[in-house]
Design a protein around this ligand. Structure first.
Ligand SMILES: Cc1cc2nc3c(=O)[nH]c(=O)nc-3n(C[C@H](O)[C@H](O)[C@H](O)COP(=O)(O)OP(=O)(O)OC[C@H]3O[C@@H](n4cnc5c(N)ncnc54)[C@H](O)[C@@H]3O)c2cc1C
Length: 377
């Protein structure tokens, strides 16, 4: 795990104000537009709007120009955003857990000077590129090759292919994990406005459709080396998994809320659905599982804030919350009956969006491996 600088953190009052702002943003702008955004993609101004509400500087300490919010507040923000638009939540989670911390913690002063303020203001968009066609769960299998440029100290030529990269189609700057030797891997800052970067077709997905999931190739693209090991670069995934757990929780909460509401309005056999025992069982199970997921995410975030190792806690939070999210959204459709399969209700969309949380930042099978490894030491 990486120890990040966290000397100047926000006060509880600042965090409360920030979270109230996120709530208002979600209710007045994000949720009312989620269906529209899904038809194409998140709107052009979205990251600037997020920046105005501190959503791109959440995890950055104040001395670096950030807001210095805790991991608990970061998870709360991801949870609330997911109640409005899971694709936006996923993007904000990745930016704050993977992209921006890389600039803060693993980049040089010169690199930070050039990019950090712009990234936090939404002036430049970022993405994080690890996955490749032949390197998914087995991340060490990355093939993208990084070769030092003789005439440009600290710069490398990147050759390879990345796929499934969130916001890859919009990003101005992508953190590329690449191979520097037979066994060594490291990370590079790659601007996309260069001839060596070739953006492929956008990858359509069943859920989080408003996110621009992309594939791209690099042919002698220039990458600026950030002095770090592979383990340091992917170490950010621990907080990342807490963010995805929080996203899963937000999706489950929204699906549960609308299913309960529907069950209290709809009548069959002269009774409301919520008065029938089979429906009550579904409601009770969802209520309980959501509460358990909430506690696991909260616990992991509090451990992170205390500087404790969250390897196991983050995997447990993500695993349980994501599988809860898939179960709860599935029940949500069931409670809506035939209407659950139409586009009239958000139930079907949340069900599709929930699936990503069992896959992104490590599939459930990988989380189980991580947990078991921590247990059997
Ligand atoms: C919408 C979306 C956004 C994404 N965003 C990003 C991003 O921004 N950046 C990025 O780098 N990546 C991103 N990804 C990629 C994501 O992290 C990978 O899809 C994920 O890690 C799984 O890799 P894979 O798809 O290659 O599946 P595979 O690794 O091929 O796995 C296929 C199946 O086999 C199982 N499996 C694999 N190995 C084992 C094992 N050892 N034991 C048991 N089961 C195993 C997996 O759990 C899974 O069920 C994104 C993916 C999606 C769908």
């Amino acid at each position: 795990m990486i120890t990040e600088p966290k000397s100047t953190m926000a006060t509880p009052e600042e965090e409360a104000k920030f979270l109230a702002g996120v709530r208002e943003f979600v209710d007045s702008y994000v949720l009312p537009n989620t269906r529209e955004w899904e038809k194409d993609r998140l709107p052009d101004e979205i990251f600037r709007e997020c920046a105005k509400r501190d959503l791109l500087r959440m995890t950055v300490p104040k001395e670096f120009g950030g807001a210095g919010y805790s991991c608990v507040a970061y998870c709360e923000a991801c949870r609330m955003l997911a109640q409005g638009d899971p694709a936006l939540s996923m993007n904000i989670a990745a930016l704050n857990a993977l992209c921006i911390p890389h600039l803060v913690t693993l980049s040089t002063d010169e690199q930070r000077e050039k990019y950090l303020a712009k990234a936090m203001n939404g002036e430049i968009e970022m993405a994080w590129g690890l996955t490749e066609p032949d390197a998914g769960s087995d991340a060490r299998r990355v093939r993208t090759a990084a070769t030092p440029m003789e005439d440009k100290q600290g710069y490398y030529r990147l050759n390879g292919e990345k796929m499934f990269i969130t916001n890859g189609g919009r990003a101005d700057l992508i953190i590329i994990i690449a191979r520097t030797g037979e066994t060594e891997l490291s990370a590079f800052l790659m601007e996309t406005d260069q001839p060596g970067f070739r953006l492929g077709e956008r990858i359509p997905t069943i859920g989080v459709r408003a996110s621009w999931t992309s594939q791209f190739t690099m042919k002698d693209a220039i990458g600026w080396h950030t002095p770090c090991t592979f383990e340091q670069a992917i170490g950010f995934l621990y907080r990342g998994r807490l963010g995805i757990g929080a996203m899963a929780l937000g999706i489950a909460e929204k699906a549960h809320e609308i299913a309960v509401k529907y069950s209290m309005q709809r009548e069959q056999f002269n009774r409301r659905l919520c008065d029938m025992q089979s429906v009550q069982n579904m409601i009770a199970d969802s209520e309980m599982e959501i509460e358990a997921a909430r506690l696991l995410v909260q616990k992991g975030a509090e451990m992170f804030d205390r500087g404790e190792n969250v390897t196991k806690a983050a995997s447990m939070a993500k695993l349980y919350a994501s599988e809860t999210s898939c179960r709860v959204t599935n029940r949500g459709i069931q409670i809506h009956g035939g209407r659950g399969m139409t586009f009239e209700y958000l139930a079907e969309k949340l069900w599709r969006d929930a699936k990503l949380t069992e896959i992104g930042e490590g599939c459930s099978e990988i989380q189980r491996m991580v947990i078991a490894k921590q247990v059997c030491r």
